[in-house]
Design a binder for this molecule. Structure first.
Ligand SMILES: C[S@@+](CC[C@H](N)C(=O)[O-])C[C@H]1O[C@@H](n2cnc3c(N)ncnc32)[C@H](O)[C@@H]1O
Length: 248
């Protein structure tokens, strides 16, 4: 399937509008609950060629550039996300391109670092992307990504079970070993995501010749527990998984 055929919720005006009001869209990395956990896992960007897959507004691209990256290519499927990214970016080393992860075909060893923040759970063929990343990276290159946690994506609804008075009872984990498509509700809209087990995420990297360097399940930062509504409930189940790996 060619890139032009792919559909993306982020290009839907209603969804885009809601996404643009999220803390992470307004404040950037400091408004992203996982940033404190992700940042220490990022490599030294000085002089590096960096790829950001599903770059959205380009926060991580600009961060890499600020940290001295020589070249940053951010790509995304959504025209609207890229438009905002371009408006927010004023750096000669950052370039944006419209591309689907499924259609990646970069020259071998053309990047030193590959990043992907919260985008890989939109892709059905994870292994295909990992193979492409491996090809695109130099040996010793870093691949760091965050995804929605398998515990969070398993059941599909991505919502709590509530009691009679609307109080939270628990979070459902179901059909864990049945990987694949889930019809989730994100920002009140139907969104298609893909569930994968932890084994698939981590083992998939190892099978392709990556060395796992770090795995993290970010907790909400203490500073946000009382200031961001609902953040305390984020202590009840993992929502994200962060993985750092190195191409051998
Ligand atoms: C939750 S946003 C994250 C954006 C950005 N990485 C960040 O952390 O701020 C997910 C992004 O993935 C993009 N996306 C979804 N499916 C994609 C695909 N198949 N190929 C490339 N980008 C995709 C969406 O358009 C959206 O911009």
């Amino acid at each position: 399937m060619g890139g032009a055929m792919r559909e993306n919720r982020y290009d839907d005006p209603k969804f885009f509008e809601k996404y643009s009001q999220m803390d992470r869209s307004v404040k950037g990395l400091s408004g992203a609950g996982e940033w404190e956990t992700l940042r220490p896992l990022l490599p030294d960007f000085a002089g590096k060629r960096v790829l950001d897959m599903g770059c959205g507004y380009g926060w991580h691209c600009r961060y890499a550039a600020e940290q001295g990256a020589a070249y940053v290519l951010g790509f995304d499927l959504s025209e609207k996300m890229l438009q905002t990214a371009k408006e927010k970016t004023d750096s000669p080393v950052v370039e944006y391109r419209r591309l689907a992860m499924e259609d990646m075909d970069f020259p071998a060893e053309s990047f030193d670092v590959a990043l992907s923040s919260l985008a890989l759970h939109y892709v059905e063929d994870y292994r295909g992307v990992v193979e492409q990343v491996k090809r695109a990276l130099v040996s010793g290159g870093s691949f760091i990504f965050s995804v929605e946690h398998p515990v969070f994506t398993a059941a599909g609804s991505q919502d709590w079970y509530y009691g009679e008075n609307g109080e939270i009872l628990h979070f459902p984990v179901d059909n864990y070993y049945y990987e694949g498509k889930r019809n989730a509700v994100f920002l009140g809209e139907q969104v298609v995501k893909y569930h994968r087990t932890l084994t698939t995420y981590l083992g998939g990297l190892q099978d392709c010749g990556f060395l796992l360097s770090r795995v993290a399940e970010p907790m909400p930062p203490a500073s946000m527990l009382d200031t961001v509504p609902g953040m305390r409930d984020e202590m009840r189940r993992p929502m994200m998984l962060i993985v750092a790996a190195e191409k051998r």
